[in-house]
Design a protein around this ligand. Structure first.
Ligand code: SAH
Length: 459
């Protein structure tokens, strides 16, 4: 067969009309069926594009000039949107973002899972899709004789200068980072330098409970000793009464990992508190905690609705983290078994159960794909299984275990539509049926997509 040559060449400038979006939110234009992917272009737009990379089956272009502008295009409110790369969708209206996420779920289910004709509901969005992140971790550097803080430029370790706010981060966190930076600068605390592996201050991490307003500051240093510790700590908590906890984390390694092993409380509590719905969570510096609690509540309410518990059920929560979903389920079930690979998360889960007076949960440390077959062998037969795996989805051993356990219902919470679709296909081939899927926007302005599926045993 004659080999088809790509219809474009590198460095060529072309006119392109956009017809679709990729799952990262890049514009897709086609020349005789050959796709070109162009960041920041929107469907319905026509633009001058410079071809920057040509492959056999696709090319990548750079947007030069938009000739026909989509009505869905909006001005990104962030000054450093393009440099930063933390957000991918700020140039899109929020309605288009929600629509795009819905379509991604629908198309993954169809293409990968061969699942069609079931309700895939419109994405549940936020009323105000800005300033939602309850946690920031900002690197510190020394430039022009002073300390600076800000995110790294895309694909680099160079801090974007003049970046004093992040429009998807809770305002209080921005203010706290700024306060620590200013005080540390005045006291003469040095910034860590990656090249020479010298200096003190590496990162400033701030987490604030959205419901409680309690703030934790974590000062990440290369050195055991934090110079001017007393002055810094005193000024911080005297100036800002919402600060409940000031922690030092020591990270001596040459590494991109932000937190080191050792944490010490410099002032105040070891934890801050937050609530999601009726459940209270104590959050330690290293704990995973959902970064958008109001949307998490909506997601878990859906998961709970799909689980349809009456109070008599045995439930498994696989990939349970700090037990967030388990504790919600436990209020409506007879017994919940949680399994999770990170030991610290399981100690948090146990502590959070106690904190809420919840006594019908049991948490286990281990790989879900090993513990589930073991539970099966022990004769455990849950009525409902909830899974919330990482991006790579469920391990086949775990899916097999679910088919053997034969719960009447499976609720699948997913942060990756592709692996969701793959796993739903596996379950459907094993005798289950996907009833409905609900996308929930946990990360507005970014390309991340979260969805929950209701899966029932066919009779
Ligand atoms: N349901 C929790 C956490 C979901 S994130 C919440 O909503 O807060 C996915 C979790 O799966 C993480 O906590 C991760 O540590 C855990 N994990 C990853 N691989 C795992 C495995 N093989 N077995 C069990 N847990 C795993």
């Amino acid at each position: 067969m004659e080999k088809q040559k790509p219809p474009v060449q590198k460095n060529e400038t072309i006119d392109l009309t956009f017809v679709d979006l990729t799952h990262e939110g890049d514009g897709v234009g086609k020349i005789n069926g050959y796709p070109l992917f162009v960041p920041y272009a929107l469907p319905g737009e026509t633009a001058k594009v410079k071809v920057i990379k040509v492959k056999k089956n696709f090319a990548i272009g750079k947007l030069l000039e938009i000739e026909k502008v989509s009505p869905e295009r909006v001005e990104p409110p962030c000054d450093v949107y393009i440099q930063c790369g933390g957000c991918q969708l700020q140039h899109m209206s929020y309605d288009l973002q929600l629509d795009m996420k819905h379509n991604q779920v629908k198309s993954a289910l169809k293409k990968i899972g061969h699942i069609e004709g079931i309700p895939i509901h419109p994405t549940i969005g936020m009323e105000d899709p800005w300033r939602y992140r309850n946690k920031v971790q900002i690197p510190v550097a020394h430039r022009h004789g002073e300390l600076i803080t800000g995110f790294y430029r895309k694909r680099s370790h160079e801090i974007i200068e003049g970046m004093d706010r992040c429009v998807i981060t809770a305002e209080i966190n921005d203010r706290m980072v700024e306060a620590v930076r200013r005080m540390a600068d005045r006291l003469g605390i040095t910034a860590y330098d990656e090249q020479s592996h010298k200096g003190v201050l590496r990162h400033i991490m701030v987490r604030t409970g959205q419901e409680t307003g309690e703030t934790m500051i974590v000062i990440v240093t290369r050195t055991e000793q934090l110079p001017y510790e007393e002055e810094l700590v005193k000024e911080l908590h005297e100036t800002y009464p919402q600060i409940k906890s000031i922690i030092q984390n020591v990270n001596k390694e040459k590494t991109n990992v932000i937190l080191g092993k050792k944490t010490k409380v410099l002032w105040g509590e070891e934890y801050i508190n937050d609530t999601i719905g009726d459940i209270k969570f104590a959050i330690s510096p290293k704990s995973f905690y959902q970064i958008n609690p109001p949307q998490t509540k909506k997601l878990y309410d859906k998961a709970l609705e799909y689980a349809d518990l009456s109070g008599d059920e045995i439930v498994i929560d696989a990939y349970c983290g700090i037990g967030t979903i388990s504790l919600f389920l436990a209020q409506k079930a007879k017994k919940v078994y949680g399994v999770e690979i990170v030991p610290e998360a399981i100690s948090d889960a146990k502590m959070n159960a106690k904190l809420n007076g919840i006594e019908n949960t049991e948490f286990y440390v281990g790989e879900a794909e090993k513990i589930m077959p073991w539970w099966t062998a022990q004769g455990l037969r849950p009525d409902v299984i909830v899974v919330d795996p990482p991006r790579k989805g469920c391990d086949e051993a775990l899916l097999d275990a679910m088919l053997t356990m034969k719960p009447k219902k499976i609720v699948y919470v997913s942060c990756n539509p592709s692996t969701l679709a793959r796993d739903l296909r596996f379950l459907e081939d094993g005798g289950y049926e996907t009833k409905q899927v609900q996308p929930v926007d946990m990360f507005p302005q970014t390309g991340h997509i979260e969805a929950v599926a209701e899966v029932v045993l066919k009779v």
